[in-house]
Write a protein that binds this ligand. Structure first.
Ligand code: MLT
Length: 407
């Protein structure tokens, strides 16, 4: 008789964003004619830029010609795209080899799958609050016990609070895998090099691995802040970096990302190159390579025109962030983030529960956001607003919050 993977039973019933969509739909059915404004899921809204569109067209044209047609590509992505990424990292002062870069269908699957190359006995530490995929993927494979009061037994939760500027202290005991997201989803906080260095030093000392999700690095505008963990000396021995083309070139629906697994990364009992080879093994077994058309589109984002246009799109969303932040500050709401990240993290009025605030905001202002509790127990009492959206829609949402939300 077949059985299910019972670790799934430990998970909350629904993934966060489908649950928000379900509640929003229920509200709309109960309130016909009401239009809701969405500052919930971080989903891009602006069209692909001309350079990227031209790249995608080129990819299609290549498939339409017998001379240039290609079938399966390299599991790790095209050489051209990996070399373009190497050049991008060189701009941060980071030296990588194309063999250390693995192009994929997005940062979300990579964030979920990367744990599969590590033993089940590894102790995992996550920021609290955190992007839910880090926790759920470890729960599903059985690296945790059950969830009690919002915390899974066996996981180490690194508190991110107003007091520590939403950047965690080092774990007290010894942990093996540490997930860091920077700029942070959901809090919008961004780390300095000195803050990252503490984690790199810890990881080297304890032979731990930092899994560094840099999906929002394009939103950092201060040149002194690190865009990559490899800007910290020694990170190549202890860190894997995951990144995405979703939020800077608008590929949320197109799907493309990459991971860096340095050859110099070593863990207990392995020689340099072994972890890199394991990820290649995993990808070549379970993934057939990213779409050739899509990779051609991403390559075009590295041209001068592509870079300029994509920066304009990032700036466009950050103008939304500025407007939301200013409005909330005017309302005397404590708000964080939204400066080097497309997310704003606000304290709920009077410390109310974050799902209760979700209901209130929807009922009074007709605005959908994301309850902080959906990112872990440390998110309770907070609420995330996304800066993705057309200017006019975000402006309407902000105006409605200012006029209709009863504080
Ligand atoms: C979010 O809203 O947190 C993001 O859209 C999630 C994601 O990128 O998968």
């Amino acid at each position: 008789m077949a059985t299910i993977n019972s670790h799934y039973n430990k998970l909350a019933a629904g993934y966060l964003f489908p649950e928000i969509a379900r509640r929003t739909q229920a509200f709309l059915e109960a309130n016909p004619g009401v239009e809701v404004m969405r500052l919930g899921i971080g989903d891009t809204t602006e069209p692909l830029t001309p350079a990227v569109v031209a790249g995608l067209h080129r990819g299609v044209d290549q498939l339409a010609d017998v001379e240039t047609y290609t079938g399966y590509g390299d599991y790790e992505g095209t050489t051209e795209l990996r070399e373009a990424l190497v050049t991008r990292y060189a701009g941060y002062g980071v030296t990588l080899d194309p063999s250390e870069i693995f192009v994929s269908d997005g940062a979300k699957p990579d964030s979920a799958n990367i744990q599969s190359i590590f033993g089940l006995e590894n102790v995992v530490a996550v920021q609290d609050p955190a992007y839910p995929v880090y926790v759920d993927s470890n729960v599903i494979v059985g690296r945790t016990g059950v969830c009690v009061d919002g915390q899974y037994d066996g996981l180490v939760y690194m508190s991110c609070t107003e007091e520590n500027g939403f950047f965690p202290d080092l774990p007290e005991g010894k942990v093996d895998l540490i997930y860091l997201c920077n700029p942070n989803n959901p809090t919008g906080a961004v780390a300095t090099k000195a803050q990252l260095r503490k984690f790199v030093d810890y990881a080297r000392e304890h032979k731990a691995v930092v899994i560094f999700d840099a999906a929002y690095c394009a939103y950092i505008s201060d040149p002194d802040l690190p865009r990559s963990i490899y800007e910290v000396d020694g990170a190549g021995e202890c860190a894997i970096e995951i990144n995405s083309f979703s939020k800077d070139i608008g590929f949320t629906g197109v799907r493309l990302g990459w991971s860096v697994v340095p050859v110099g990364l070593v863990v207990e009992g392995t020689k340099p190159g072994r972890v890199n080879a394991l990820w290649m093994r995993r990808q070549s077994t379970m993934f057939n390579g990213a779409s050739n058309i899509v990779q051609e589109g991403a390559l075009a984002a590295f041209t001068e025109a592509g870079k300029r246009e994509c920066q304009d799109t990032v700036d466009y969303y950050m103008e939304n962030a500025r407007r939301i932040r200013t409005a909330l500050e005017t309302m005397r709401i404590r708000v964080y983030g939204g400066v080097h990240a497309p997310y704003l993290w606000m304290a709920t009025p009077r410390g109310m529960g974050s799902w209760d605030f979700f209901d209130q905001l929807l009922a009074e202002a007709h605005v959908v956001g994301t309850p902080g509790a959906g990112f872990g127990p440390g998110g309770e009492g907070y609420f995330r607003l996304s800066a993705f959206g057309h200017h006019e829609d975000v402006a309407r949402a902000v105006e409605s919050i200012q006029q209709n939300l009863q504080l």
